[in-house]
Design a protein around this ligand. Structure first.
Ligand code: NAP
Length: 294
């Protein structure tokens, strides 16, 4: 019997509002690198289910991850509780044409074994004109295959341009690299989105590679704050991101102890003094820094 039976009533994480008035859970689960190895599949499905049972009812995936393999892992994890999960997936830029995006979305729906996607994102911007992508997203929305759409890795100039294109002003979310070591978006992007009630989703919240993770988690201030709360450094960096009501965080974890820690970070409150300590260790930007990507 899986743990779910004891955890079914775990409170769900809080939500943030999208411009349409729909809500989006602020703590989700990433899936990059899942679905790559069949031998790990059982553990990955169990990990996502544990997160759902603990109330992290949002899963982030993409057609790119394991070329659809991650979406298949997600399908298995959500099979018995689709309606309770906020599912995000992303279209490859080279598929994001007027017809290509519709076909890519239909393939994602088949792999996810669902008939709708809660939020469909353009993974990053490439050569396809944005007008084509938004036209496809509009038609997917009209047919009920997606409920909301958005973008990923868009800086302010990309968003400004999008808002001048038919359908571009319905962007509901922008998913970007954001963690203690990458605070550039605090200069302008967060404010731009906030003014339009568009939540930011922070990807690679713990660090976008092993070196950055080591630098953040090994930092003296992070460790001191963690010690004071009796929690881990990862929990501090996640709580720091979730200090903002309109920032969504999607850590990827397979190890059960990691998933439990990440869920507990949602309920952790840091003090103003601690935010200042973290600001000293990882200063906020003092000028425009072009959006970085992983
Ligand atoms: P991440 O979530 O910051 O880090 C994942 C790594 O951290 C894994 O090795 C995981 O280990 C470990 N970890 C998780 N929780 C931990 C904990 N409590 N203590 C210690 N280690 C912990 O990095 P990410 O996977 O790059 O980003 C998260 C998600 O964002 C992705 O999975 C993906 O869905 C999305 N993403 C989007 C883009 C984009 O362009 N839109 C780019 C990158 C990522 P275990 O797995 O072993 O538990």
């Amino acid at each position: 019997m899986r743990e779910a039976t004891q955890l079914n009533h775990a409170p769900k994480v809080r939500t943030t509002l999208l411009p349409s008035g729909r809500s989006m859970p602020v703590l989700g689960q990433g899936t990059w690198r899942m679905g790559e190895d069949h031998a790990r599949r059982k553990a990955e499905v169990a990990a996502l289910r544990l997160g759902l049972d603990l109330g992290m009812n949002h899963i982030d995936t993409a057609e790119m991850y394991a070329e659809g393999g991650a979406e298949e892992v997600v399908a298995e994890a959500i099979a018995e509780q689709r309606a309770d999960v906020f599912v995000v997936t992303k279209v490859y830029p080279h598929n994001a044409t007027r017809h290509g995006a519709v076909e890519a979305c239909e393939r994602s729906l088949r792999r996810l074994q669902t008939d709708y996607i809660d939020l469909y994102l353009l993974h990053w911007r490439a050569d396809v004109p944005l007008s084509q992508t938004f036209e496809a997203f509009q038609s997917l929305k009209e047919s009920g295959k997606i409920r909301e759409y958005g973008v990923s890795n868009f800086d302010v100039a990309d968003l400004e341009e999008s808002f001048g294109i038919f359908g571009g002003d319905e962007i509901a979310n922008n998913q970007v690299l954001y963690n203690l070591g990458h605070r550039g978006i605090e200069w302008d992007l967060i404010r731009w989105c906030r003014a339009r009630r568009i939540p930011i989703t922070a990807y690679s919240p713990i660090g976008h590679n092993a070196d950055e993770q080591k630098q953040i988690l090994g930092n003296r201030a992070v460790k001191a704050v963690a010690l004071r709360h009796g929690v881990t450094a990862v929990q501090i960096v996640l709580a720091w991101l979730m200090r903002q009501p309109d920032v969504v965080v999607i850590p990827k974890a397979v190890r059960p102890e990691h998933i439990r820690e990440n869920r507990a970070a949602h309920d952790l409150k840091l003090t103003e003094r601690e935010f200042k300590e973290l600001d000293q260790a990882f200063p906020p930007p003092t000028r425009k820094i072009p959006l970085e990507t992983s």
